[in-house]
Design a protein around this ligand. Structure first.
Ligand SMILES: Cc1cc2nc3c(=O)[nH]c(=O)nc-3n(C[C@H](O)[C@H](O)[C@H](O)COP(=O)(O)O)c2cc1C
Length: 192
């Protein structure tokens, strides 16, 4: 079975390091034989989560759309920036809404179950967004009951990490990204 993998970054900034890393992950996934959907959260704007708004206005259409899209894939690769040792509000808000929206007869947190997640982060700092990776893993595994592969990809000094073709300069980093991609594909193939 050719696994379907959804890829997105937690940044919509022009020139985002994480969007560039997501693009790199897409290339590796395609080369490893996956079917890939690559999206940007800019196309899924959502209001800031607020229980009153949810009660008054119902479920945001874009949260439903993104949830449905996740459910059409066996794997999801999320690449996140680090903001104050956690994940940015853009990503947290989207993931929170997806944990709330439900369609008829659907169990809670359906988009987080029956599929597998892989995580990456890029930062210009030496720590490579490691706290964002931890925060995202905590949210997905403990908060949403998702399966997240143990391998993860952290890119430090991101402003110097890409060559002119947007490939990773460091061979070890490239090999690690390939390992994450391989494990994601293998685990996604088990999610039928
Ligand atoms: C509010 C805020 C907090 C930040 N906190 C951190 C941090 O804790 N660790 C870190 O490595 N970078 C931090 N940064 C820098 C981001 O990693 C940097 O802006 C990065 O380029 C964002 O990702 P992007 O390039 O994909 O947009 C912070 C940036 C902002 C705006």
């Amino acid at each position: 079975m050719v696994p379907k993998i959804l890829v997105f970054a937690g940044s919509i900034r022009t020139g985002s390091f994480n969007a560039r890393l997501a693009a790199r992950a897409v290339k590796e996934l395609l080369e490893a034989g996956a079917e890939v959907t690559w999206i940007s959260l800019v196309d899924y704007p959502m209001p800031l989560y607020d229980g009153d708004l949810e009660a008054d206005s119902g479920q945001p259409e874009n949260a439903l759309k993104l949830k449905r899209l996740m459910m059409m894939h066996q794997g999801v690769f999320i690449v996140t920036p680090e903001y104050n040792a956690s994940i940015p509000p853009l990503l947290k808000n989207a993931l929170d809404w997806i944990s709330r929206v439900r369609e008829r007869n659907e169990p809670p947190l359906a988009a987080y179950r029956d599929r597998v997640f892989a995580l990456g982060a890029a930062s210009d700092r030496a720590s490579g967004g490691i706290y964002a990776l931890l925060a995202l893993r905590q949210m997905l595994e403990i908060g949403a009951g998702a399966l997240v592969i143990p391998e993860q990809f952290s890119l430090a000094r991101a402003s110097e990490a890409f060559d002119e073709m947007d490939d990773l300069k460091d061979e070890r980093a490239k090999a690690l990204l390939q390992r994450v991609v391989q494990r994601l594909i293998e685990t996604a193939q088990e999610q039928v």
